[in-house]
Design a protein around this ligand. Sequence first.
Ligand code: GDP
Length: 432
Amino acid sequence: LPVLAIVGRPNVGKSTLVNRVLGRREAVVEDVPGVTRDRVRYETEWAGRRFVVVDTGGWEHDAKGLAGRVAEQAEIAIELADAVLFVVDGQVGATATDEAVVKLLRRTKKPVILAANKVDDTRGELEAASLWSLGLGEPYPVSALHGRGSGDLLDAVLAALPEVSAVGEERATGLRRVALLGRPNVGKSSLLNALAGENRVVVDSTAGTTRDPVDEIIDINGRQWQFVDTAGIRRRVHLTRGADFYASLRTHAALEKAEVAVILLDSSEPLSEQDQRIISMVQESGRAMVIAYNKWDLMDEERRKFLEREFETDLVQIQWAPRINVSASTKWHVNRLTPALDTALESWETRVPTGKLNSLLAEIMQSHPHPVRGGKQPRILYGSQVSTKPPRFVLFTSGFFEAGYRRFIERRLRETFGFEGTPIEVSVRPRE
Ligand code: GDP
C-alpha cells in the first residue's frame, strides 16, 4: 500500500488531523495473542483507495533542539513514505522551525502536500494563501478540529499518492528477498560481512530523495540473495529520542519488501523487549521467519541450557521457526543460514491440496471432535486453503468453535504438513 507520512512541529494539530483523516475507517486488526501493537502506522481508506498513514508525532516532546528534531522527522518521513503531508499552523504561519523542514521538502522529488491547519473561517483561508511563498505548491487550509477543508485535502493527498507504493515495491530482480532484523549490536553488519565478504552488489538507489533504503545482492555459495534495506543496517542512527520509533518504522519498511525475515538474537545477552517487539512485527507481517542466535563463540554450558529453556518458554509462540546458532565473527555455522531460509520459504509457499486437507479434517472430526456445547456438536463441514505466502485456511463449520479447538486444528495442520518457518492462519466461518 502507498504510504503517507505526516510531518510538522508539535502543536500544529497533527494528531487531530490524523484522527480526522482516519475517521472511523481505521483498519481493525485481528487480535493476535502475544502481539504488542505499536501505533506507528495506520491503514485507512478514502474514496475507495487504501493507504497507510505514518504519524511522525511519535518523537516530539523535546523543547531542546526542536528544529533539528523536526528536520530529522522530515528526513525519515521522506525516506520511508511515498508522499509527505506537511502541516503548519495557519494561524501562526511558517516559523523558523518550519523553514528548516521546508528546505528539506523542497529538495525531495517525492510529492509534498502543504496543509495549513487551524483555519476555521474564510478570513483565515485568505491568510493561509500567503503560504504559497514557501514554494511547496498550493496550501490547503483545513480545520482538523471542525473538519473544514479536510475533503479537499484528502483529494489532494490521493492525487499525490502513487497507486502502488514505491517504498515497499518488489524489485524485479527475481531473487528471494531477505530482511535481516535485530536490535543494535546483535551483529547484523558482521553477519552481512561474513556472508558476503567483498561479493556484494548495491541495487535500488532511486535518485531524487535525500536518503533511500538500499538493497544489496549477496552471492552466497554461488546463489544470489537480495538483502533488503541494508543501508539501514549500516547507517548508525543515534537519536536521543524516538530511536525505538525510528527502528520500528524501518523494520516495517524492510518487512514490507521482504519475503523472509532473519531475526538475529544475541546469545550472550538476555532476550529483550525490543527482541520481542521485532518478533511480533514479523509475526504480524505474515512473512516467513528464521531465528539466528549470534555470538555463539561466547557460549558456555550453563548459558546454553538457559537459552534452550528460554526458547521453549519465552519464544513458545514461534516454536515453528527454524533456529540456527552462528558466530558472525568466526563465521562458524554461517553457512547454515541459506538452507534455513530455503526451508522457511518453501513452507511459506506451500499449498495443501483440498482433498488432503479435508481427509485430515475428517480424521480429526472422528478422533477428536469439538466438545459438545449446549447440546450441540460443532462440526467442520469443509476446509479450504485460501492463500499461500503465508498459508491461510478457512474452515466452514456448523456452530461456533472455541479458540482452544481452533488452535488444536492449527497444531494438527503443522504436525501433518510441516510448515517449518512460516506462520499459518486458521479462521472459522460458522454457518448457522
Ligand atoms: P549491528 O548493530 O547489529 O550491525 O551489530 P555489529 O555487526 O556492528 O556488531 C556489534 C558488535 O558485536 C561488534 O563489536 C562486533 O564485533 C560484535 N559481534 C558481532 N558478531 C559477533 C559474534 O559472533 N561473536 C562475538 N563475540 N562478537 C560479535
